[in-house]
Design a protein around this ligand. Structure first.
Ligand SMILES: [Mg+2]
Length: 258
């Protein structure tokens, strides 16, 4: 694509959430569950989609406990498989849960993938704005993902909850990102899939936000927050990112952002 998406300049900084915004956690998870299901008859009473949704729900339900240090990552992984087996009508031992967790983990690691369009979008923005990742997770996990996906060199800065000590939507993690990008809140935009963490959190600090509504749920505030449902439409995303009301010199202003 050679055409410019907008005549207005990009913001000083663009921050992306990581999981299910840049990294395709949901589809990687589904693919890994498919591997485990194909290897173990205990999961057969449920369809792949039923298992995936339940596993995803279990992931979400314990994620904050892990972030707060109330639950170890290993214990949480075992517990998810114990509960997933219960979901299929079977009670399993801790050892069996550990074994399933290990197999899932190996499949997940080898099947990691980016959200479709993420690379092209980052490449298009690269060098024209400061690109940051603001993520609730562990540093090693997120750095490893970026390196496996070959995206590490497209990111200018990482702000991960483990090293900052607080998680989104806490304002301090967004202020840390702004400080590292040497950006005022109004000069930065946050893009993420979590309404509560990414959108509400960023706006509370004064950033603009673009909601990545990947799974097409209801936008709680469509007048205030533009949404995208894919990263593939880079021209539209650029228009949404561009600072409103600041036409570039010598060029006619294009249409206003929605
Ligand atoms: Mg996310």
């Amino acid at each position: 694509m050679n055409s410019r998406a907008t005549d207005r300049p990009l913001p000083r900084a663009v921050f992306f959430d990581m999981d299910d915004t840049i990294f395709d956690h949901a589809r990687t998870c589904r693919a890994a569950i498919e591997v485990v299901r194909s290897e173990d008859s205990l999961f057969r009473p449920r369809t792949l989609n039923e298992l995936w949704r339940e596993y995803y729900r279990l992931l979400d339900s314990v994620h904050s406990d892990i972030l707060e240090g109330k639950l170890s990552v290993e214990r949480a992984r075992r517990e998810r498989f114990r509960r997933l087996a219960m979901f299929c009508g079977t009670s399993i031992s801790d050892d069996d849960a550990q074994s399933l967790s290990n197999r899932y983990r190996a499949a997940y690691q080898s099947l990691r993938r980016a959200v479709p369009g993420a690379r092209a979008l980052l490449e298009r923005l690269r060098g024209r704005t400061t690109i940051g990742i603001v993520s609730n997770n562990q540093v090693a996990e997120q750095v490893d993902k970026l390196e496996v996906l070959g995206l590490r060199d497209l990111i200018d800065l990482l702000v991960i909850s483990e090293e900052v000590g607080v998680a989104k939507p806490d304002p301090r993690i967004f202020r840390t990102a702004l400080a590292r990008a040497r950006s005022a809140p109004r000069e930065a935009v946050m893009i993420g899939d979590s309404w509560a963490n990414d959108i509400v959190g960023a706006r509370a600090v004064g950033l603009r936000a673009v909601w990545f509504n990947r799974f097409r749920t209801r936008n709680p505030d469509p007048l205030a927050v533009p949404e995208i449902t894919t990263l593939r439409d880079t021209a539209r995303i650029e228009r949404l990112l561009a600072a409103p009301g600041r036409p570039a010199p010598r060029r006619a202003r294009s249409s206003a952002p929605p």
